[in-house]
Design a protein around this ligand. Sequence first.
Ligand code: SAH
Ligand code: SF4
Length: 447
Amino acid sequence: MNKLDSSLVVAALKDIGFQITDKPTLADVVLINTCSVRGHAENRVMSNLGHLKHLKQSKPNLIVAVMGCMAQRLGSELLEHPAVDIVAGPAQIPQIPEMINDALNCRINSIAITEKIRARHAPAENKTLDDFELAYDTDENHISSQAFVRAMRGCNNFCTYCIVPYVRGPEISRPPHAIIEQIKKLTDQGVKQITLLGQTIDAYCYDGDERQYRLADLLEMVHDIDAVKWVRFITSHPGKFDPAILNAMANLPKVCPYLHIPAQSGSDRILKAMNRKYTSAQYLDLIAQAKETVPGIAIASDFIVGFPGETDDDFAATVDLVQKARFKNSFVFKYSPRPGTHATKEMEDNVPDEVKKQRNIDLLDVQNQIAEVDNQHFLGKTMEVLVEGLSKKPHLNKAENDNNPQLIGRTATDYIAVFNGPEELAGGFAKVRITRTSPLTLFAKLI
Ligand code: SAH
Ligand code: SF4
């Protein structure tokens, strides 16, 4: 979602004549988009601002703008930082170009954030955000021929560890016609894959004049657009999952058989303390139902280790859930207390950091062993990938391998495949045969 926000603002700035550089020393304006989900991400922003403070001593006219969740969270406190000229929350991104112009022309520092973040947005504000998305979402913003499209903003779940509801505001589903209009604009520019975004995308629900639209309906509408070849969606919340989504996946060939559905923990005690509203048994039932309804479905998850009060037994229950679910991959995070959340206010962050670190390593090990075994089933198989472009291995790329560099592609099930081929394949579909596997990557030959 942050990548999408950054690209929209960049496109709006280009539109009024700015050029993009990634070197702060060359820039007139430095924009930092921020994430507040874990403390580590915020610490990195503060350290970047420290560097920029020094840079400003030799470039006093440099404008520094901080946007995103941290801007919303810290507000005027951030504006007091000696490096910062502009602070804009996630709902104020359409104002950023004007704020930058004011700062450049009149040296006015400014702040735009939402005062009462949990109050329902005024319809006019939603309209401004929708118009901004439609105007500045272009193929250029994304990996060639793929686009992220926001279906929902905000979140109402209040998982006790999570800061998102406090910085992104209440859950709002965008009108389906706005989403479809935006997708048609993107496909006119060559986009072939759409990823619908929402913090709890499976809870998408829009009450139209005559009917209600849920995620399964939206998927069907996107599926009906000829130029869309693949459509996927992230992220699903296991507590609200509507089985109609699985039927859509099974029946609509362009809906990718991939589900990112974070479990967070396998311990019912911890899940309750996290306010996740499901048990590990319910979660595993859902996974079983998904595998039965959609053969070949790939399922990925997120976990938090070291949540307050997590014992060795609780962690063992998480390991057990991972072993039973056999995920395609899992993202594992060490619990990070976030200011203002229920867990920070009411629970002690009492799992020592070394224990969190060790559990993180151990859980990833378990996940890797599973993927190592399961990925071998792909050996010798032919798979279709959407080619993203050059892989990040420079020695296997253009300089030494002019016509046949190493490329990276993704299957409909979200597996990464690397293979050699002409760079012109980027943005298109290709068929590859899998020749070697590892826990995170499939190695392949272009057919
Ligand atoms: N809306 C998504 C996740 C958003 S945040 C969902 O509900 O699944 C992405 C991931 O960051 C979460 O799935 C969680 O695993 C992790 N996360 C969120 N808050 C965290 C915290 N305080 N400490 C550590 N990890 C956290
Ligand atoms: Fe955070 Fe929970 Fe909402 Fe996900 S569902 S964004 S973890 S509060």
